[in-house]
Design a protein around this ligand. Sequence first.
Ligand SMILES: [Zn+2]
Ligand SMILES: [Zn+2]
Length: 257
Amino acid sequence: MDNNSLSVSPLNNYCNLYGHHHVLPREPAMDAARELMTQLAHNKCIDFASPKELACKELNTDCLYGKARGKMFGVLSCCKSSGEKQILKAFSGQYQGRWEVAGWAPPLFDVQEFSLLTQPVERRIKTLGREAQDPMLSPRSREGLLKKRKELSQQLMKEIHGLYRLYNFQGKQHSLVELFADGSGIPTGTGDCCAPKLLNFAAKNGLQPLGLAEFYWGRTNKSATRDEGYFYPACRNKCGPILGFLLCGLEKNPCRT
Ligand SMILES: [Zn+2]
Ligand SMILES: [Zn+2]
């Protein structure tokens, strides 16, 4: 099932800020990742904590086979300071409009803060879009409204990026803007992949990563580059620039087994 050539490539990343090279293998997380695949296939739901009837209403896996198609899931195998093993899991982005689901790694920002920031601005952006469709408007006024809308959403994106806090194993933290040399060139969705969610959670909670594996689950993506049950390396455009930082300090605390 996972017998693709990519399945052996480790997470291999350069940290721009400090000029180190950090590597995290995939192998130690692969058994737990396969176990998660089995759970997804059997439960057909990502809420393993609630009673089945309740959980599967909103958080079922049907959405992964519809129009929105599948998504990436990730597993981080870690050990606690006691030496005991712990498995963390994450889904990329949101699941059915939710950033937080019990038992899964949270996003890199405070969800309440995120909603407080985005909701009013998104309403304003929608209103501007509606107003611009008024047939009575002169082309010039319409252009003005659309320009205003564009500025608002660009500004919002910048403020959203400012909410992300990235923690690493050196005990350092930075915002996304600080990690991208050109702050305006941050790709949409940066920090929302499984790898950053998992590493960030581990760093904040004193867990030492042993291995990380990411796989795709659901209907094949539009560009046909992702198939269900296959492992894939971390993405280059979004995760590439931040994983080096997130992995930094990893080697300082080797796990005792
Ligand atoms: Zn990514
Ligand atoms: Zn480093």
